[in-house]
Design a binder for this molecule. Structure first.
Ligand code: ATP
Length: 258
């Protein structure tokens, strides 16, 4: 049964790679405006699920509904325009370009002008560029990147580069933001900064976030609900405190075979 209040509804999704069942009838829903944490030990199926949501992988069984409509009705290149943005485990930035240029690039899936109107610099194109620049300026400020806006990304610390990646994803004005290990490689202070930033993004932009993360402290403190996977199966789903103490979750993380 799908949840009518959910922005995203994953229902019995199964993905197989040869003999491996990477996702085995996984179901859960992501309520609009919430932060949902997705946890599980290595190989649990988290990235596979993200790749299904981005339509990079197809699933053999089950259904994913976004705003009540099947995701499979949209081709992979239409996912960003539909309202699903994502960041990657390994940064995918243009390193020699500035923070500003990288962030502006994230907004181009939202512009409607074609090649010819761009080449002719028609008034519509100028208006779109101005709107894009205004949105980029708000995003840069929200992320606290004003002082480094003109700095090439390669010259910045890793934690700041991760914020640029986040900013680029925000430029597509997603309704659902998929974050793949945003705390990976960050120090303690940066993780705390990220936690506050995610809460700010949630409240100021009204965004729904699905967060894959190994940093338990961050997931448990920032999430409204947590979904736990192990060997491709959902083993728990609920408020962070409940999932953290769930016997199957504890067992999965301690590596004890049932
Ligand atoms: P990690 O925390 O290490 O990133 P994960 O929870 O994201 O792990 P997945 O990467 O989704 O786990 O992997 C789930 C299972 O599917 C693993 O057994 C993995 O080897 C397998 N798998 C994932 N992608 C592929 C692929 N493209 N081809 C074959 N097997 C794959």
């Amino acid at each position: 049964m799908s949840d009518p209040a959910a922005l995203l509804d994953v229902s019995s999704v199964t993905v197989r790679f040869g003999g491996i069942t990477a996702l085995d009838r996984v179901s859960f829903s992501v309520p609009a405006g919430h932060i949902t944490g997705l946890i599980g030990p290595n190989g649990a199926g988290k990235t596979t699920l993200f790749n299904c949501l981005s339509r990079l992988y197809s699933f053999s069984e089950g259904e994913i509904l976004f705003e009540g409509r099947p995701l499979t009705a949209t081709p992979p290149h239409g996912i960003a325009a539909l309202g699903i943005g994502r960041t990657f485990q390994n940064l995918a930035l243009f390193r020699t370009m500035s923070v500003w240029q990288n962030i502006m690039l994230g907004g181009h899936c939202r512009t409607a002008s074609g090649f010819l109107s761009n080449a002719l610099r028609l008034p519509r194109v100028r208006r779109e560029e101005e709107q894009l620049a205004a949105h980029a300026a708000r995003t840069v400020s929200l992320l606290g990147l004003d002082a480094v806006a003109q700095t090439p990304v390669a010259d910045l610390p890793f934690g700041t580069q991760k914020k640029v990646e986040l900013g680029r994803a925000l430029m597509s004005q997603p309704k659902l933001l998929l974050l793949d290990e945003p705390a990976g490689g960050l120090n303690h202070e940066e993780v705390d900064d990220l936690r506050q930033l995610l809460r700010r993004i949630q409240s100021e932009l009204g965004l729904t976030i699905l967060l894959v993360e190994h940093h338990m402290n961050l997931v448990m403190r920032v999430s409204d609900q947590v979904v736990a996977l192990d060997f491709g199966r959902k083993i728990a789903d609920g408020p962070p405190a409940d999932v953290q103490h769930n016997a199957d979750v504890v067992r999965a993380y301690l590596g004890v075979t049932p």
